[in-house]
Design a protein around this ligand. Structure first.
Ligand SMILES: [Zn+2]
Ligand SMILES: [Zn+2]
Length: 172
């Protein structure tokens, strides 16, 4: 969705709410499945004392594989986007009357592609690893059994230092 920000920049106290859905399919690397459900984006762009803010929440389900046991998982996620919008580029930042703030976001024109902006925030907030649960036991590297379903019959590898210690203790 493209928003024309011209009226917002020109009118203090003006607020433009939005509530819509978009697909992440064009923001996923080519040839890969889209792991995102449709994104439900809700928020507003508003002008407060001459500064334009964007505040949004993107809600969706993400399908992934557990990094330890490879079981399928679905995560409900809600990614907030909080920005101060400025027209231009970073080089012009010093002339800007908005003080440095890490929410500052420079956009090239008054035509804001909201999908692009929210999709980038979504990607930046994705965790590097997904686990089905914090204490996922993973799969046995030997036989491939999912250890969350029960133990396999493989012998546990014993840490050689512990083995030496056990010997010492047993020698008494
Ligand atoms: Zn797991
Ligand atoms: Zn095993």
């Amino acid at each position: 969705m493209t928003i024309d920000l011209t009226p917002i920049f020109n009118n203090e106290d003006l607020s433009l709410p939005f509530n819509y859905e978009f697909s992440m399919s064009s923001y996923v690397p080519e040839g890969e499945d889209n792991p995102f459900s449709p994104i439900k984006a809700k928020g507003k762009v508003f002008n407060r004392t001459g500064i334009v803010y964007l505040s949004a929440l993107s809600e969706f389900t993400y399908s992934a594989r557990c990094d330890r046991c490879a079981s399928d998982i679905e995560r409900q996620m809600a990614v907030p986007s909080e920005h101060i919008l400025l027209i231009g580029n970073e080089d012009e930042a010093e002339e800007s009357d908005v003080e440095y703030d890490d929410r500052r976001l420079f956009i090239p024109s008054y035509q804001l592609n909201l999908d692009d902006l929210l999709a980038e925030d979504i990607w930046l907030s994705m965790p590097v690893t997904f686990l089905c649960s914090e204490d996922c036991k993973g799969i046995c590297p030997n036989c491939g059994t999912n250890l969350n379903d029960g133990n396999c019959s493989c012998k546990k590898a014993v840490d050689p230092r512990l083995e030496a210690l056990a010997k010492l203790l047993n020698d008494d």
